[in-house]
Design a protein around this ligand. Structure first.
Ligand SMILES: [Zn+2]
Length: 135
């Protein structure tokens, strides 16, 4: 019985040129994304996050009582008829999320917008964080 010789695979060397072509074709078009970022920046250029009130003090002024200890506090949710504290508030950032109705946002500005029905600029003005001209 004869032993068959080992055969090398010839196709292995062909992959390099294909990879090169794929890289050239996948160059992304960034025009649309760049424009939307620019507009958003102009819209918010009068906003200074450093002027936002400290979350712990802000929520007191809104009649929100913070319960518990640590960086995440519990509160009665003002966005739905709440009987036990369902709203979770992060003290460092003012981020909030209700475990029942799903209301959520990333800072006290987002909270102020939602609770008073204000747009971004009006909420920023109300909180003293709008340093641009007010027309
Ligand atoms: Zn809620």
């Amino acid at each position: 019985m004869a032993i068959k010789p080992y055969q090398n695979s010839v196709g292995a060397a062909m992959n390099t040129t294909q990879t090169k072509d794929a890289l050239v074709e996948s160059a992304p078009s960034k025009t649309l994304r760049t424009n939307s970022i620019k507009n958003r920046w102009n819209y918010k250029s009068g906003f200074d996050r450093g002027h936002l009130p400290i979350p712990a003090q802000y929520f007191i002024t809104q009649g929100i009582e913070l319960k518990g200890k640590g960086s995440w506090r519990d509160a009665i949710c003002p966005f739905h008829t709440d009987t036990k504290p369902s709203l979770r508030i992060r003290l460092e950032t003012g981020a909030f999320r209700c475990m029942v109705c799903g209301a959520h946002g990333g800072d006290v500005l987002a909270f102020h917008q939602q609770i008073h029905g204000l747009n971004f600029k009006d909420a920023a003005i109300a909180l003293g964080a709008w340093i641009g001209g007010v027309r």
